[in-house]
Design a protein around this ligand. Structure first.
Ligand code: AMP
Length: 211
């Protein structure tokens, strides 16, 4: 399989060409049509499998240009390091698209982040605690979120973010697509899916643990 088989568009092909990527990884090949369909999805994939582009390729392909200020895509990740990494990946992929990407995380000045949000954002990448604080401050409006991606959800639950996740679900629009990635399917992850996802499609790739 080649990226051309995914029927992307010229700006995405140009970005992939610049990166030197020609072949989708297994999770990218599997997740593309599910994410593009708008259905809820649970992906079992480890870091290093290319899962970030697995959800960002279909999302960027279908995200129309907009001048509205409120973010339309929310990506939640467990750590500040991951926020920085995911923002970096999205920026590379959206190099030729007019998309505003912003990363926010705790442990740094919230006012600087409020100012950045006020400039307008399309894709917001955040750690759960800081995201919730920003939403409570009302600078951040979540009413336009159409797609919620939760990456490394198993790590997030291990770090004790379950309540924060539920608080965030409560203030998101009900009509949205949920996309979740986890390295392993734990009981805690299953409970979360059962409670908040609607008939999710499971996408998993073979790992060395299960030859
Ligand atoms: P991730 O699992 O999303 O953290 O991605 C792991 C690494 O693989 C990142 O450095 C990506 O830039 C890279 N990557 C993503 N997709 C591809 C691809 N199709 N071909 C080669 N490298 C890729």
């Amino acid at each position: 399989m080649n990226f051309r088989d995914l029927n992307l568009n010229t700006p995405l092909y140009n970005a992939l060409d610049d990166l030197g990527f020609t072949t989708p990884t297994p999770i990218q090949a599997e997740a593309f049509s599910v994410v593009a369909s708008g259905k809820d999805m649970v992906g079992i994939a480890q870091t290093g499998t290319g899962k970030t582009f697995g959800y960002m390729l279909p999302i960027l392909k279908h995200l129309p240009f907009s001048q509205q200020e409120n973010p339309r895509v929310l990506v939640l990740v467990p750590t500040r390091e991951l926020v920085v990494q995911v923002v970096d990946e999205i920026e590379k992929l959206s190099k030729y698209i007019n998309t505003r990407v912003l990363g926010v995380y705790g442990g740094t000045n919230i006012n600087t982040q409020k100012q950045a949000i006020a400039q307008g954002v399309d894709i917001l990448v955040a750690t759960p605690g800081r995201l919730y604080d920003l939403a409570l401050s009302r600078v951040l409006q979540l009413k336009s979120i159409q797609k919620l991606v939760i990456d490394e959800v198993d790590v997030m639950l291990d770090l004790g973010f379950r309540h924060q996740l539920i608080n965030i679900f409560d203030i998101l629009p009900e009509r949205r697509q949920n996309i979740m990635f986890s390295a392993t399917m734990t009981k805690d992850v299953e409970y979360l899916i059962d409670d908040f996802f609607i008939a999710p499609e499971k996408v998993s790739i073979a790992t060395s643990e299960h030859p």
